[in-house]
Ligand binder design. Sequence first.
Ligand SMILES: Cc1ncc(C[n+]2csc(CCOP(=O)(O)OP(=O)(O)O)c2C)c(N)n1
Length: 371
Amino acid sequence: MAAKKANAFDPEQSPREIEDKFEMLQILNEEGEIINKEMDPGMSDEQLTELMTRMVWTRILDQRSISLNRQGRLGFYAPTAGQEASQLASQFALESEDFILPGYRDVPQIIFHGLPLEQAFLWSRGHFQGSDVPDGVNIFLPQIIIGAQYIQAAGVALGKQKRGEKSVVITYTGDGGTSQGDFYEGINFAGAFNSPAIFVIQNNQYAISTPRSLQTKAKTLAQKGIAAGIPSVLVDGMDPLAVYAVTKQARERALNGGGPTLIETMCYRYGPHTMAGDDPTRYRTSETDSEWEKRDPLIRFRKYLEAKGLWNEEKENEVIERAKEEIKAAIKKADAAPKQKVSDFLNIMYRGEMPQNVKEQLDIYTEKESK
Ligand SMILES: Cc1ncc(C[n+]2csc(CCOP(=O)(O)OP(=O)(O)O)c2C)c(N)n1
């Protein structure tokens, strides 16, 4: 066979030769067995139990939130079941000084990063107290504009770098988000400045009703990072160990001046896109649902922990009961929040100096509300 010329352009091979390198990284298989010892992050028994606890707790939060939304007791809600490993194992790899810039589906991560649950409920209701993030809780509120958080994350990461802070920024978008201009601008900017950012793409297979296959001609979403010159990895997003391992590695690299990483987490959203009325049965089959349910992050992590003697039914039931109690108490607190006024929104908008035009509006509303 003739040797390929170094400067030849072979349209049949490009972009295949890059795409074929993106195999999905997995550590824990569907049976809960370690199949990739080299990458095992070596979490302690306590860490493993805590991560499982958080995933079970979040599954219950999801069920309760759907039900509360149907009762008219919650506002906006984007279901999370199926994405627990992708969401919580990545957050678990962070430290509290790291900053999270979530999308609208990423409420569990910001709760475990310190946002009180009642505030998450109030945010869902559009109540100003939900947006009043406590000092020291390093999060932005969930972004609704698809992809916008990628640009913001690049900016926050650059700020951290300039101030010499020893912490990183993580942001999340979906498969659909990778078609937005903001996505490319964000990863390119962070790459160009070598900023400490972790960009997560939660590929849950659908952007509302648009399947991943129609989203892009690219074989993987992870490969998009290569054009920006940043290390990129495709990982099994239903494998908590794999998600934790790659996020931790990305964090350490960023802290050591290695710059950003892009992580595609292959996962599935079991529920509808949001509670606003889409019907998943119109764009996917129950066979597809069942295929993905077999890969469930809770099932495989439960098997893994049970085999290690770290988990059992009794433990799980305790977590479920505690979750229900905490959710009940948080909704009660949210119900007790004061009726909001326009001035409340204006007052929480700025941590620093309020601009003159906002001050003027605040005066107008304060006057109106006093009557
Ligand atoms: C800039 C912008 N365009 C359109 C929308 C409407 N919209 C809301 S969610 C969504 C799909 C996003 O899908 P994906 O990025 O895959 O995230 P997922 O919801 O699956 O987590 C769209 C198009 C929006 N919010 N922002």
